[in-house]
Each structure stands twice: as structure tokens, then as C-alpha cells.
Design a protein around this ligand. Structure first.
Ligand SMILES: C[S@@+](CC[C@H](N)C(=O)[O-])C[C@H]1O[C@@H](n2cnc3c(N)ncnc32)[C@H](O)[C@@H]1O
Length: 281
């Protein structure tokens, strides 16, 4: 069988399961199997496949057929300007979260050395992207999941930041280190009803711990806000990714906890996605 034949068969197979972008997915799977760039595959569609590669291809294809996200099958995802290793212990970095990076960088002057805390670091995509842009800063990244934290550590090493980020496996509720200039967090914020309505790719494959924010979706956002009140310096910034219907409730919780709202930013689809606030007292 050659590349062209296996790509066509693979596409038909995934289409039966209504997998979106099925041709792109089979191309990416083939490029992983034969260890060649997608462009090389496209230019060499008459190349023949070894039997061992056909078996590998089928295994990956079945995983995709069962709705496993491509980022877990391929083992990586691009986020901001970098490649991040991903596995089923971590949330797949999302384009929406790039807005958090864009906004946070505005509060981190390039020539200043600021102390940052990333709460619920997951793959480490936020803290690594920030420190790549702001080499004078230092950070702590915490996560309740040891498996996620190990992925974050690997990503920090991959990007030569292992000496600038302190990784701690802890629940935000129990964390007690003070004087941060800036706290950033993309906590789990999906409520129980929306959790059931998620696409199968997400619902059956991404970690619940990274998605579920309890019955109203606000459980972890509240935890991060309460704790940030203690952990931040006065005038320190708290930057949160939120669910698009959570703006009003989050503003109230922040105000009740003496945070001033600097800005609310919308994501690419025009939904409220990021709140920037300042600890006043
Ligand atoms: C939505 S994911 C965000 C991952 C990553 N920061 C990103 O933006 O892609 C939330 C992360 O918070 C972690 N987490 C959940 N509850 C936590 C808690 N109470 N304390 C610390 N981390 C928590 C989860 O394990 C998960 O990795």
C-alpha cells in the first residue's frame, strides 16, 4: 500500500465516525508513523509503506476513531510560539488561553524581574510561554495532579526553563508562599451541565480534574481568588481565564474580595474569557 492509498482509506474510515478534519488527521498520523513532515508526505504520495508501519498507522487511526484527540495521539500541541508535550494527564492547551498570555505580558515589563505564580499549570503552557517572553522573571507553578506536574516539568526542560520555575504538587487551598507580583490561572471552570454536553473528544479523554469546576463551575475560580488575596503583594495582579458566562459572578467575587477590575478581554469568538484584576488591600 502506498501513502495515497492509506490516506484515502484512513479518511473514509474517520468520516464514518464524523470526525472533523479527517484528511488532515490521517496525514498527521501518517507523518508520525513514517517520521516525515506533512509536506514530504504530500510530495511523495506514491511511496510504499512497510507492513510494520501499516500496523502502527491502524493503531493510531483506531484511537482517533474512538475520538481520542490528536494532541494525545501525536503527543504534542503548539501553543503561543512553542511546542508542548501532551498526554492524557493534562488539558490540551487551547487557543483561548493564548489570550491570557497576551494580556499577562502587558503587566510584565520586559526589563523587570517579577515573581509569578501559575495555579493549575497542567502542561505548563502558560508559565513556560510567559518566561520565554520575560527571561528576567521567576515563577512557581502548582498543580494538584502529580502526573500533570511531571508533564509541565518536562516541557520546562524542553524549553530550558527548569532553573527558573519551581514546580509544586499541591492543592491551591494548602499553598502558603507569599509576595507574588502576579498570579495567573486557568482553573477548571466548566459546570456539571455543560460538562455533559462537551464534544466526545473532550468529555471522554481530557482529565475531569482539569475541566470540572463543580456544579456551578465556580468552585476553583473562588478558591484561586480567595487564596490570591493572601498570596499577592498589594497592587499585585490576578489574571484569570473564565467561562464565557461567568463574567458577572467573577466580578462580584473579585469585588467582594477587594480586587479592582482592570479589564475583561474577549476571546477570538467575541466571548468574555479573561479578567485582569488588582489586589487593593
Ligand atoms: C483547565 S486546566 C489548565 C491547564 C493549563 N494551565 C492550561 O491552561 O492549559 C486546570 C488545571 O488545574 C489543576 N487543578 C485543579 N484543581 C486544582 C487545585 N485545587 N489546586 C491546584 N491545581 C488544581 C488541574 O489538575 C489542571 O491541570
Amino acid at each position: 500500500m502506498n501513502y495515497n492509498q492509506i490516506l484515502k482509506k484512513g479518511e473514509i474510515f474517520l468520516k464514518k465516525k464524523k470526525i472533523k478534519n479527517s484528511y488532515l488527521d490521517v496525514e498527521l498520523i501518517l507523518s508520525k508513523v513514517v517520521n516525515k513532515k506533512r509536506e514530504e508526505i504530500i510530495l511523495n504520495t506514491n511511496n510504499k509503506l512497510k507492513n510494520t508501519d501499516i500496523i502502527k498507522f491502524k493503531n493510531y487511526l483506531f484511537r482517533r476513531y474512538r475520538n481520542e484527540p490528536m494532541a494525545y495521539i501525536l503527543g504534542y500541541k503548539y501553543f503561543w510560539k512553542h511546542k508542548f508535550l501532551t498526554n492524557k494527564s493534562v488539558l490540551i492547551p487551547r487557543p483561548d488561553t493564548e489570550l491570557v498570555i497576551q494580556e499577562t505580558l502587558k503587566y510584565l515589563p520586559i526589563d523587570k524581574s517579577k515573581k509569578i505564580l501559575d495555579v493549575g499549570t497542567g502542561s505548563g503552557c502558560i508559565v513556560v510561554s510567559l518566561l520565554k517572553e520575560r527571561p528576567k522573571c521567576r515563577a512557581t507553578a502548582i498543580d494538584i495532579s502529580i502526573k500533570a506536574l511531571n508533564v509541565a516539568k518536562t516541557n520546562a526542560k524542553l524549553h530550558h526553563l527548569e532553573n527558573k520555575i519551581n514546580f509544586i504538587n499541591i492543592d491551591i487551598d494548602k499553598y502558603k508562599s507569599y509576595n507574588y507580583d502576579l498570579i495567573v490561572s486557568n482553573p477548571p471552570y466548566i459546570n456539571s451541565i455543560e460538562l455533559n454536553r462537551l464534544d466526545n473528544d473532550i468529555k471522554f479523554h481530557e482529565p475531569k480534574l482539569a475541566l470540572s469546576g463543580g456544579s456551578d463551575g465556580l468552585r476553583d475560580l473562588k478558591k484561586v481568588i480567595f487564596k490570591s488575596k493572601k498570596l499577592l503583594k498589594i497592587n499585585g495582579k490576578l489574571i484569570l481565564e473564565i467561562g464565557y458566562k461567568q463574567k458577572k459572578q467573577c466580578i462580584k467575587i473579585l469585588n467582594d474580595n477587594k480586587f479592582y477590575i482592570n479589564k475583561i478581554s474577549k476571546d477570538l469568538s467575541g466571548k468574555d474569557r479573561c479578567i485582569i484584576s488588582t489586589k487593593l488591600q
